[in-house]
Design a protein. Structure first.
Length: 289
């Protein structure tokens, strides 16, 4: 069927009209602006808080580094003070032994008294160290105080020392304080055991040789021959131990018959902390027949 157009007629759309906003457009814009501002404030606040946390962490890190450096400084200063105090003890013992003859009998007691008499106090900026010492005997013991090598540690047979130090170090105006008490082992390269054994044995052997003479001990010629033989044996034994030994004697005449003799044992050029020195033992005896 064909369609026809009628002049003068218009087509009419019967669908409902679309809604049209008739509200306040300015209010909507203001709401959007306020929302954007709040979001920006929240974001900025978060960034500020985050930055403050980072700054605080960096400050704490710097403080910890500073504290750690102060702790290292006080620890190192404490070790240095202890080392100086122990060195003073070693030098003090050496000074008391230099130029002194120690009796063979009771030598350990004499040396023990010498060591115990050394009481040292060392003071430096912000710190002090107090040290005492006793004669030590026992097996080999290493020591971590390497700054005092070769005098650190116990060496069997030597003049060994157990030293106690109490150290207190504080940083000026700071919170760090280092305090410690500990024992360190030291030694002087004196052949204490070997020299004492040699000396006492020599006295005993000399006495036995003279007593065997009986009445002939009044005969200086006979005594001289015996003493020469004894002195030769003693010298050879001492040399084998790195020591020097001498024997001197006097024959007593009438009305008393007897022999007075003296044994000396020396260790020369002992390498002490204050330089080389001589360690000397001596024993005198009087035999009457």
């Amino acid at each position: 069927m064909s369609s026809r157009a009628f002049p003068g007629l218009r087509s009419v759309d019967s669908s409902p009209p679309l809604p049209v906003w008739t509200g306040d457009t300015d209010r909507l814009g203001r709401r959007r602006a306020v929302g954007a501002t709040i979001a920006a404030i929240i974001l900025f606040g978060s960034l500020v808080v985050s930055n403050l946390v980072v700054v605080a962490a960096q400050q704490q890190r710097a403080q910890l580094f500073s504290l750690s450096e102060k702790e290292d400084t006080t620890y190192d200063q404490g070790l240095a003070l202890a080392g100086v105090a122990f060195l003073d003890i070693l030098e003090g013992v050496q000074a008391q032994l230099t130029g002194r003859s120690i009796p063979c009998s009771g030598a350990l007691q004499v040396v023990s008294g010498v060591v115990a008499s050394e009481r040292i106090t060392v003071a430096a900026a912000g710190g002090t160290a107090n040290a005492t010492a006793v004669l030590a005997q026992g097996p080999a013991v290493a020591d971590n105080l390497t700054s005092l090598l070769p005098f650190a540690g116990l060496v069997p047979g030597r003049l060994d020392i157990a030293a106690t130090d109490s150290v207190l170090v504080s940083t000026p105006g700071g919170p760090v304080t280092y305090s410690k008490t500990e024992i360190h082992h030291l030694n002087l390269p004196v052949d204490l055991s070997g020299s004492v054994t040699l000396c006492t044995r020599s006295v005993s052997q000399t006495s036995e040789a003279l007593l065997a003479l009986g009445a002939e001990a009044c005969n200086s010629t006979v005594v001289q021959g015996v003493m020469r033989g004894v002195a030769s044996k003693l010298s050879s034994a001492a040399k084998a131990s790195g020591l020097v030994e001498t024997l001197t004697y006097t024959v007593l005449g009438e009305p008393v018959c007897g022999v007075e003799f003296a044994i000396s044992v020396l260790q020369n050029d002992v390498a002490g902390p204050a330089g080389p020195f001589t360690w000397r033992l001596e024993q005198s005896e009087l035999l009457l027949v």
